[in-house]
Design a protein around this ligand. Sequence first.
Ligand code: HSE
Length: 393
Amino acid sequence: MRIGLLGCGIVGSGVYDIITDKMSPMVKNFEIAKVLVKTPEEITKPEMTNNAEEIFSDKTIDTVVEAMGGIHPAYEFITRALNSQKNVVTANKAVVAKYIDEFTALAKANNVVFLYEASVGGGVPWIKALRQAMRIDEVTHISGVFNGTTNLILSEMEEKGLSFDECLNTARRMGYAEADPTADIDGIDVRNKLIISTSLAVGKKVLAEEIMTYGIRGVAECDFEYFKSLNKHLRLFAESVIDEDMYCCRIEPTLFDVDAPEAGIKLNYNICSLYGRTIGTLKYIGQGAGKFPTANAIVQDLIDIDTKNTTLPEVSFDKNAKCEMTMLQGRYYVRYSAQCAQKIEDAFRGINFTKVPVNGAVAFVTEQIPTITIHDRIESAGVDLSDVFVARM
Ligand code: HSE
């Protein structure tokens, strides 16, 4: 296999190392023919170039690994590679979430393979597990902790009492955070991963605006104090339910009892779960972010292409299914500052809630309500989202 590697940052350099250091006998015939870097100044090895055309026009390169991230020029490069009859392997959840249907169709039309195992769950072999489960079952529930950066922030704030910024800096230093960590903190990265997973299970590309999303931006020490008194752990949890031609998806900080598997997921670890009628619940745990776990997933895809182990069922994303936002419910913890108390409490009129003791702020827990209702009410309150923190109990 002759590989064109697009991007040699954290993940790309991991792929480069596994292949060139021959860390596995399975890669002994793999060669990194060209590596695309952004600028001439970054060229430090003979195979490096800053001209992408050198990769697409090289007929001896059969497979392209995209490890640049972002939508542009990743979209153009993936399209170009597939149209040049090259297999494509990517870790780029943002571009896969947006174009999974188009890339899949393009790969089929060009008789090449498009794989994206590393895009969800880092080193966890989740996409393969999901596609394998779908050989027998309709997957009716997908859930998990899909972001290492926010998981590190929540687990370290909770366990060691460290500040949000300290934990975020660690995640950046370790190479877990996105170039713009807003995508991690506000749940956008998780949303891309839930789009990919749910689109496969539903058989239709799920849209970003269909996913009810809260991130962890507003979380504070006082929240952890209260959750500790309940003996619960907070995780940024993604979930989809699928019922034949209907689906509903949400991402929100969620509380788990200490003995729940999700409560034990710490640092950059992810947990990815599915439910199917005959298999029941399956849960996969592993490092969801970081150089080698993510590179490992990319190289696994390369090995699958090389050994022609690419026979899992294809999804054509043409199912006629619809998002039904009221399918998911919960009891919600809402914490806010005294300044916006009136607006919040007015917005929740008609919903039963109980005030709870939280140091230096006001908070309540609602009765069971549809998840869409919490989004509607918070939005109608018109308060700054940094002044309010919402978690599902
Ligand atoms: N920023 C992502 C995370 C990287 O923290 O999980 C892996 O997708």
